[in-house]
Design a protein around this ligand. Sequence first.
Ligand code: G3H
Ligand code: ZN
Length: 277
Amino acid sequence: PLTDAAALARTAAEAHRGLGAFNVVHLETARVLTQAAEDAGTPVVLQISENAVAYHGGLEPILLGTLAVARAAGVDVGVHLDHVTRVDLVREGVSLGATSVMFDASALGDAENVEATAAVVRLCHDAGVSVEAELGEIGGKNGVHDPSARTDPGDAARYVAATGVDLLAVAVGSSHAMTSRSAALDTDLIAAIHAEVPVPLVLHGSSGVPDDGMVAAIRAGMTKINVATHLNGIFTGAVREFLAEHPDVVDTRTWFRAGNAAVRDEAARLLRLYAGV
Ligand code: G3H
Ligand code: ZN
């Protein structure tokens, strides 16, 4: 069933588990990721980024389809808007039934980030929707790999108190859109932020983090683990292989199935790893 991602993250944090949050890039992905969660017997968060909204020509088609998949699921599924920079898109998501939103004001100065985020929190909380925000800009969003940003623990605690956010994304050594799993996370910093911040922590750019680094990060207090690029790469690799072996195939569903099956397996493996099961 459809469940608030922040509530799922609080439950996972109390149990010292990670919660997989994977991006829905096409409607097929929503179903495949939900099947993976059912295979693993864990919750999952399905997230739709502002980029995916642009790709689909609007929020409604991809969000309503994803919500329908979540409601029919045999495990708890959060439906979350990811990296939203436009308040009008937050409003649309809230009115269409998203259960949580990441409002990304990380490119603004700190004072403007607090002001803009607090306003989004008021509007979302009035509608029963949870909010994730980012403090310390996590690199890679502009295509340039940069793991150097760091979030200060005291700043993080003050930011959460000033904005009222339910989830906090922090900069601890990851960077978006890495295609090699070679990022080294600052686990001491994760533990220090976790000790001071009362809400679950979120890792963006998790594709670049190897399995052992992720387990260490979860043990140090990281909870919501956002992965997009890695699963996209798994899909594309499986499709590339399938099409090379079946050069005469025409029906698009045939090769989508090959990509979907590979994503389902890898997403289930990651969900089990994060949950420690
Ligand atoms: O918000 C989405 C995540 O941060 C995904 O990042 O594509 O590097 O895994 P990634
Ligand atoms: Zn991200």
